[in-house]
Write a protein of this length. Sequence first.
Lengths: 168, 134
Amino acid sequence: MKQPFDSLRLAAFAAWFMSCAAHADRLGVPASVSPAYQAECSSCHIAFPPGLLAAEDWKRVMATLQKHYGDNASLDEQTRRTIEDFLVANAGRSSRLSAGGGMAKAGALPRLTETAWFKRKHHEVSPADWSQPQVKSPSNCAACHTRAGQGSYREREIVMPGGRRWGD
Amino acid sequence: MKAAAIILLALAAPLAQAATPIELLTAYRAEAARSTPGYLPSAEAGRRLYHHRFGVSEQMPACASCHTDNPADAGRHAVTNKAIQPLAPVANAERFTDPAKVEKWFRRNCTEVVGRACSAAEKADFIAFVMGVR
């Protein structure tokens, strides 16, 4: 009986591993993107991939649009609800994508740049790169991810501030 | 026949909401005149509004903080650094052609930058100023 159990575990591990590997490909804005999300949320920043925050985090973001990270992003209620539904339906499901916990208690808004996933993905980026004037904020994905505006975050598309390719 | 009807509908739909900057200016002027009889839009008052440093928001003390000193130039969002298309119709024909969009941005930006809602007169002055930018 031992062997089937092990193969089951192996299969479960393989499925888990594949889901992690696939995550990078799913990063981006789903093809079924709500036009309201695309139109409203990409005026001041790129339309962030909804999978980068958990559903509860998105709900908090969408409940506080009058005070939106240093700007007023208020919307009419119908548009706000449409966008919230889209974000919740496509939110990240892993706890590594949740920005809740400590920040939620402090009353600060969740930031997708402070999730465990984001930090792990960017741990090789130097403080000097982050502090370049054209970067301005870690949420400025397009500062290095040259096709972030089109929802693509492939490693070969990365151009660091100053023009050097990632990995060079 | 059906195709022609669809094309007509497609053309008519955006037209239903489209406006010109002059039409928007006229509508705000009429609204302002209801509380201030004889009110006339002033591009000079609009210019002062545009450049005034309200200082309510640290990162966006004035309209010019994101839209630059010249509304005909492309700007940058003071928080995110995202490019902002020019505000002046002379440089960007889409500006001030969608009443709902204009109201949305006046609501957001007046609240954030001025610290309160803008009056109809201020909106008319503002449009008079940016329309006159060459």
